[in-house]
Design a protein around this ligand. Sequence first.
Ligand code: EPU
Length: 418
Amino acid sequence: MKQIRIEGNHTLKGSIEISGAKNSAVALIPAALLSDEDVVIDNVPNISDIDALNEILKYLGAKVKRNGSSIYIDSKTIKNKEIPEKISSKLRASYYFMSALLGKYKKVEMYFPGGCSIGARPIDQTLKGFRALGAKVVEKDNRFTITAKKLKGTNILLDMPSVGATINTMLVAAKAEGVTVIENAAREPEIVNVATFLNNMGANIKGAGTSKITITGVKKLTKGFTEVIPDRIEAGTYVILGALVGKKLRIENIIPRHIDMLLSKLKEMGVNMIVGDDYVEVSATKDIKPVRIKTLGYPGFPTDLQQPITPLLTQCLGESVLEETIYENRFKNIPYLNTMGSCISISERKIFVSGPSNLHGAKVEATDLRAGACLILAALKAEGVSVITNVEHVLRGYENIIEKLTNVGAIISIEDVG
Ligand code: EPU
């Protein structure tokens, strides 16, 4: 087990370079299997979720080579075999192998995916997509056998704009016969990244980034290249950090448009910042105003930033209200924040944050990835020393977090505690 130790309340200056997006990279890597030739993916973050996916690729027999932030995948040698629970349960994104293998071989056998424990996270919409395309799904004790005699394009109306179901359906439809239309599709930038990659390999996908995606199936996908887009959640996390303890802290290599909703909330609070073409420069601001936030699919306020923004809400003058509409169990960070001196109450899907609070160091636990990010931000603002345990969750999603923070003046270290 690893833990992070932070001495808080230091001003952070300088710049933080944002890495490739975890939630794009974790879909692009399985998508590479659909190609019959070599593919190269650039700007892949060095995080443990990527290691877990590479483990699945190698287990299936693909040749994977990492060179800096580039990954070369040659899947000509893969064998379609069952993916055991031990590896599928390491992360949510393992279910992109369901669609990649189904699309390529018309058969896949694997177990239910893993992921942060933040809600039930069913996969019924992904299965709805597979069935609509002609697949038969047999589920027994968490094990799925999905087969199709023929995959045939059709119209699919998703019950909700699920990121996973949109990408999974797109991956299968890319090689199905005829035209598939996904309606009520998710519109996240990561979906555009995946569609662009598939098109680069010869697929025919139009409308990604809107709620109607049209996919005309092709027989073969060939050589491909793509670059992972900057991680908007990592970017947002560090922009929020700048608003807490920054002095002209510059968050670089980002697409500011992808965090528009966050920037608009920070503006509403009165946070001091400059938004450039590919950077945001942000400074801690006194007397920031409370706000109301409701998480929604893109371009709404991302659920993945609601935990990271909570420490900033504790510094607002008055009561902020934050409503989580995507996951039913994404407030596990709140009791720990309260241990650090915040004043937050939870009522079903809402939290009420009374500010401003003087945060102080404490020993707290990262229960999931973004809860961990929240506690790191709180600890960097707090007076005194904090120890955050179980930070493996954080390392799944934030590349080089210790180095990036140390470089801008944070007093932070990570240790193995066995
Ligand atoms: N949902 C269903 N049925 C489905 C699919 C989703 O009911 O078949 C529900 C979920 O329970 C949830 C909502 O729909 O309430 C949204 O789920 P979605 O499918 O959009 O999420 P996901 O694909 O499982 C990805 C990211 C999450 C991020 C969400 C929303 C990956 C690997 N994960 O999850 O990232 O929160 O989209 O943007 O891409 C994170 O990075 O910390 C993280 C949890």
